[in-house]
Design a protein around this ligand. Sequence first.
Ligand code: ZN
Ligand code: FE
Length: 255
Amino acid sequence: MSLETILVPCFTDNYAVLVHDTASNKTLCVDAPEARPILSALSERDWKLDTLLITHHHHDHIGGNDQLKSITGTRIVGPEAEKRQIPNMDETVSEGDEIEFAGHPIHVFATPGHTLGHVSYHWPDDHLVFTGDTLFALGCGRLFEGTPAQMWASLSKLKALPDKTQVFCGHEYTLSNAEFAISQEPENIDLQMRLMDIRDKRSKNQPTLPSTIELEKRTNPFLRPDSAEIRKKLNLPSADDEAVFAELRRLKDQA
Ligand code: ZN
Ligand code: FE
């Protein structure tokens, strides 16, 4: 069962991701910031869109829904909790649901915080997770609707996925996230090395995605509230992880 993944840059820093199953010749897309680049990426490869998965209701993730629906007839699946805000959905999903694409199981995780109904899509057999604006490479989404406690619970679910799981998120924010990360944990050698790799990739205009759960656990400060270095820097030696996370998020909002 082989899958091909294609990052489709949209607007200035969004990604849609195409997932193509070679055996069945079926194609799925995760999030649709705008239709035009997605339609171009499909037609360049002679692929037909079968399914569109939506992570959350923000316009930069659903702006292409109407056009993709009318042009390709794709099935659209997204969070039940945001069905009033997301146009043209055929199916809705919630925590614990299992859906399927071309024989590949997809597990739905509720990951509230950035928005209240945000979901992430884990493909256990294929070692992929699509985290939208919840977990970013070296960062996490802003808390527009939820609380730090909700976001920390969401990130903790994602953190528990197998190490080799590839992480696709909704934005190319990695370089600015890396600058914040290194300011909070300058002695982290894995992070120092990752920062060099990210600078190199961005100087060549290459994407920094996908990441992996293992790499995020080693380098993403928002998954590392247990880090002694971070706790020392924040002067929170004995706070619980959620409180350290909340302080990191507050500092990042001010950065
Ligand atoms: Zn968003
Ligand atoms: Fe977004």
